[in-house]
Each structure stands twice: as structure tokens, then as C-alpha cells.
Ligand binder design. Structure first.
Ligand SMILES: O=c1nc[nH]c2c1ncn2[C@H]1C[C@H](O)[C@@H](COP(=O)(O)OP(=O)(O)OP(=O)(O)O)O1
Ligand SMILES: [Mg+2]
Length: 197
């Protein structure tokens, strides 16, 4: 089976990429398998900048094709926050629950019609000696009043998908992978790779 390195230490992302890449015959490896001590500072002002930095830094270290994902939640009523700061919104601990509680608190007085939000995912594929490929994907939803569901990770329990009548955390991995920002970005990457051969 072909292998692809994903420049991430996020278990939730790894679980989703495992399923997404299985359909293309790839087994994914992550920094959790190779070297957990590697830390790339995410100091970019855009998702794209951070994704490129993670992919190119890790591709250089291991000299193999490397995919990186930089993603986050963009809330309309919060002027786009938490955005690129999503992972550390409630502090350096990267605590998913504290992060989503902070968003709920900030939206306490915001009515349902103004609770629109989207997940954004930028993917960067760095292949040693080649130009890095960058794509984006989004997924629209509405921020709930309280968390619902146990699946997924991050802000999934507060992201309600109107067309499915469920939060992202109430979807199975397979259901989430049909509509997610990550899946949409990966579809674009596949199109880009298909059109370049
Ligand atoms: O599908 C998702 N469902 C819910 N929440 C999500 C999703 N996708 C990203 N998110 C949130 C989690 C984290 O708060 C931030 C990503 O931050 P981001 O820096 O890209 O990832 P990370 O630091 O957890 O792992 P790493 O940089 O090693 O890939 O957005
Ligand atoms: Mg990160």
C-alpha cells in the first residue's frame, strides 16, 4: 500500500484522513507515528500560510511527499474569529471543550439568524523538488446554543448542519467525510493532481 505523510499531531484529523485516503489506496502516517517532538510554529496570518509552512518544513525533514492541513472555525458574528487561532482560542492548552465553550459564551446574546459560521480547511501538498500545491475547502453551518453529539473533534459539537438536521458531532465519520471542509479540500486536491498528469 502507498504511504503518505500527514504533517499533523491532531488525532481527529488523522482518523478522517485514514478513511479519506483509503479510497485512493493510501495508508497515512502522521507525526504521531514518526516524531511527536517536532513542532512547527503556526505564526501565519492565513490558513494557507500555516498549511504551507507545516507541509514544507516536514517534507524537508523526512524528504518525502507531505500533506498538511490548517483549519478552523469562522464565525460571522465574531468578525471571523476564532479563525486561524481556532486551536488555541481559549489558551495554549489546545482544549477542544474550552474552545467551544468560549465561542458559545461570546454568542450568548446572538439570535439564531445571526449565528452563521463556516469551517475552513487549507491543504498544502509539498513534494520535495516540486512546487507546493495549495487548495481550500469550506463547510457552512450554524452555531448551536449548546454542544450536541460525541463524534468528531474540535468544534464539531456546536456546528449544526441545517441540511442534515444534526451537528457535525452527530454524524458518523463517513457522513462527515461527505460534507466536510476537509473532504471538499481533498476533492479539489485530487482534481488538481488529475489535471496535472
Ligand atoms: O473538522 C473539524 N471539526 C471541528 N473542529 C475542527 C475541524 N477542523 C478543524 N477544527 C478546529 C480544531 C482546532 O481547534 C482547529 C485546527 O487547528 P490546526 O492548527 O489546523 O490543527 P491542530 O493544531 O489541532 O493540529 P496540527 O496543526 O498538528 O494539524 O480547528
Ligand atoms: Mg496546529
Amino acid at each position: 500500500m502507498k504511504e503518505l505523510l500527514i504533517a499533523t499531531k491532531n488525532k481527529g484529523k488523522v482518523r478522517e484522513f485514514e478513511v479519506l485516503f483509503a479510497q485512493f489506496g493510501y495508508q497515512v502516517k502522521s507525526l504521531l507515528d514518526l516524531d511527536e517532538s517536532i513542532d512547527v510554529e503556526e505564526n501565519g496570518v492565513t490558513f494557507r500560510e500555516n498549511a504551507v509552512k507545516k507541509a514544507e518544513t516536514i517534507a524537508k525533514i523526512f524528504n518525502i511527499p507531505t500533506l498538511a492541513d490548517d483549519s478552523g472555525l469562522i464565525v460571522d458574528a465574531l468578525d471571523g474569529r476564532p479563525g486561524v487561532f481556532s486551536a488555541r482560542y481559549a489558551g495554549e492548552g489546545k482544549d477542544d471543550n474550552a474552545n467551544l465553550e468560549k465561542v458559545l459564551e461570546e454568542l450568548e446574546d446572538v439570535s439564531e439568524s445571526k449565528r452563521g459560521a463556516r469551517f475552513h480547511c487549507s491543504l498544502a501538498l509539498a513534494i520535495p523538488g516540486e512546487e507546493t500545491i495549495i487548495v481550500d475547502g469550506t463547510c457552512e453551518g450554524i452555531i448551536t446554543k449548546e454542544p450536541r453529539g460525541e463524534e468528531g473533534f474540535g468544534y464539531d459539537p456546536i456546528m449544526y448542519i441545517p441540511s442534515l438536521g444534526k451537528t457535525m458531532a452527530q454524524l458518523t465519520k463517513q457522513e462527515k467525510n461527505k460534507i466536510s471542509h476537509r473532504a471538499n479540500a481533498l476533492n479539489k486536491l485530487q482534481e488538481r493532481l488529475a489535471s496535472s498528469v
